[in-house]
Ligand binder design. Structure first.
Ligand SMILES: Cc1cc2nc3c(=O)[nH]c(=O)nc-3n(C[C@H](O)[C@H](O)[C@H](O)COP(=O)(O)OP(=O)(O)OC[C@H]3O[C@@H](n4cnc5c(N)ncnc54)[C@H](O)[C@@H]3O)c2cc1C
Length: 552
């Protein structure tokens, strides 16, 4: 008898859906309990179940398959400067705001609030990364906006609201608001002091809290449907920070014109625009000429979110790769039982866990610093940059390797892997690209010795436990003993610092098999240059089992 149908579907894994993205991630759930967010575990599990649901996964697909559309004018020729999104994008935004991922730690500043929010963002961004941009910018804008207490009093009730209100209308008619930022110009992104957008006083009173008219062009302004933006512009007294609302107090549109949307590698659900400011009305935030100092509060929090985004991308890649390998057979055995595949998956899992544990520790430092702990504030200052550099730097190679674990299926959009791959370089570019971050670390080491001390103290908490960790610390100190040509060695220094911190955290908090594999491969150099080159002593299968999400 011949076959009765043209083909039978065999040896294909079930979809990775119907699971709790939070609880299935052992390292993440441990971080929540250990670092001060045990109280949030039930809410995080609820968010985890939503993130793992078929419905939410479909929102993520649709939001990317149907990217936003720019509508500059209405049918009569009036400027409207609006962006239209697919309903799935709004579903994603609604869920994010409903769970307080935009501003919960500012609304309810309890111990562990930043960590709980970070873990929530980590869970939710695994569904879809693009809509995380306005969520993250709104979170980050609040502390910067507090430099202008009157503006903060006016805007915070809306920014802190958990109602997602996407309508393009004056905020006085809205039940919730989001905030973006516009710093980058054509001639300079990292070097914002090269900004040419200028701010002219709009009234006789000038300075903080006073109105200005902004004229110029911003080369990248993501999520332009936000209700307000923190903008850098040159005031008579130097580069300053402004809050620019989309609508004017008289109910008309502000003169912020969307020129076009960027055609980007990834992050497609997120509208990233070029904008023209034509005497756009804005209010000065913080002191005149101190724009960078004012907006740096926002930048630091978005850097934390870059770490979360990159770590989450790696976690989702590991979840997909281990799930696939557990259900796909080749040459008579499941992939997850093939020794060389185990080595690859275990190596990816270690990288992901190292990123997760560093992310959790960093977010906990934001909580401690907010509670007035100066040591933690000093640690956070340096660790944010160090971890941002390294976790973001690792993500693209990690995404590519995880994609390959799925073979040809990994190259096909349905698998979600192409989206993870396209997202993977972005966190490294945002909020300080690799080199800029490394130079920032060197600057902090030189000018803020307390931050370097706090960093080394944290590493030392695992001192004497693993000789490879102790040796790596000695190597770092030797590297820094001679500061000649240090700028060119910036990446070496920051990479070494990041590995030390991750090693110290894993030695203290992860099972010995994970910490040992990390120290052997990342600190003692017992590995090759590609993933999948862990030494033979490593128990790869146990590491993979720890990382693999189980679907009920
Ligand atoms: C999808 C997307 C969305 C974005 N959204 C926004 C937004 O909403 N608002 C906003 O303001 N910006 C936004 N940006 C812009 C982003 O923040 C900038 O692209 C980034 O800061 C880098 O600036 P740049 O592109 O001008 O690169 P440059 O500053 O020209 O840097 C180019 C390269 O040179 C390196 N470099 C710079 N200085 C040095 C140095 N001294 N030594 C060695 N190397 C150096 C950098 O690390 C980088 O690798 C967005 C970008 C993207 C891709």
């Amino acid at each position: 008898m011949g076959p009765t149908s043209t083909h039978e579907v065999l040896n294909q894994p079930p979809p990775l859906a119907g699971y709790d993205v939070f609880s299935a991630d052992v390292a993440l759930a441990d971080a929540a309990r250990r670092d001060g967010a045990a109280w949030a575990v039930d809410d995080l599990a609820a968010l985890g179940r939503l993130a793992g649901s078929e419905e939410a996964i479909e929102w993520g697909r649709l939001a990317n398959a149907n990217p936003p559309l720019l509508r500059t004018h209405d049918r009569f020729g009036n400027r409207i400067d609006e962006v239209e999104f697919h309903p799935a994008y709004h579903d994603l935004m609604r869920a994010a705001l409903d769970h307080g991922l935009h501003t919960a730690p500012w609304a309810i500043p309890q111990p562990g609030a930043h960590l709980a929010r970070a873990i929530g963002f980590f869970v939710w961004t695994q569904v879809e990364a693009g809509h995380g941009c306005p969520v993250s910018m709104t979170y980050s804008a609040v502390p910067a906006l507090r430099a202008a207490p009157e503006l903060a009093a006016e805007w915070e009730p809306l920014l802190l609201s958990r109602t997602y209100d996407p309508h393009a209308r004056p905020v006085t008619e809205k039940s919730g608001a989001t905030c973006g930022m516009a710093m980058t110009e054509k001639q300079g992104g990292s070097d914002v002091r090269a900004n040419t957008t200028h701010a002219q006083p709009a009234a006789s009173a000038t300075g903080p809290g006073c109105p200005y008219l902004l004229t110029g062009h911003k080369w990248f302004c993501s999520a332009p449907m936000c209700d307000a933006f923190l903008v850098l512009a040159q005031a008579p007294g130097g580069l300053s920070c402004f809050l620019l609302p989309r609508w004017l107090p008289d109910g008309t549109r502000n003169r912020m014109h969307l020129q076009r949307l960027k055609d980007k590698l990834g992050n497609r659900s997120n509208a990233s625009s070029e904008i023209e400011l034509d005497r756009a009305w804005a209010t000065m935030v913080g002191d005149e000429g101190r724009g960078v100092r004012t907006i740096i509060e926002m930048v630091n929090h978005t850097r934390l979110d870059c770490v979360i985004g990159a770590a989450a991308g790696m976690r989702q890649a590991v979840a997909q790769a281990t799930h696939h390998a557990a259900h796909r057979a080749a040459f008579g055995k499941l992939l997850v039982d093939q020794p060389l595949m185990v080595n690859v998956l275990a190596d990816l899992a270690i990288e992901s866990e190292a990123a997760t544990v560093a992310m959790g520790r960093l977010a906990a430092a934001y909580d401690a610093a907010a509670a007035g702990d100066e040591r933690e504030a000093a640690f956070k200052r340096l660790a944010t940059a160090v971890v941002k550099y390294w976790v973001c730097k690792r993500q693209p190679a990690h995404a590519a390797e995880a994609l390959e674990c799925l073979g040809g299926n990994g190259y096909v959009e349905d698998s979600m892997m192409p989206r993870l791959f396209r997202e993977s370089p972005l966190n490294g570019i945002w909020e300080g690209s690799g080199n800029v971050i490394c130079l920032d670390v060197l600057r902090a080491i030189r000018r803020e010795p307390a931050s370097f001390e706090a960093f080394l103290d944290e590493v030392a908490l695992a001192g004497g436990v693993d000789r490879r960790l102790d040796e790596a610390r000695r190597c770092l100190e030797a590297e820094l003993a001679d500061l000649d040509g240090i700028e060119a060695r910036g990446r070496r220094v920051v990479e070494a610092m990041a590995l030390l911190l991750q090693g110290s955290l894993l030695v203290r908090h992860a099972p010995a098999l994970v910490a040992d594999a990390f120290c052997a491969s990342r600190l003692a150099g017992d590995s090759g240059r590609a993933f999948g080159t862990l030494p033979r002593t490593v128990d790869g299968s146990a590491i993979v089992e720890r990382a693999r999400p189980l679907v009920a």
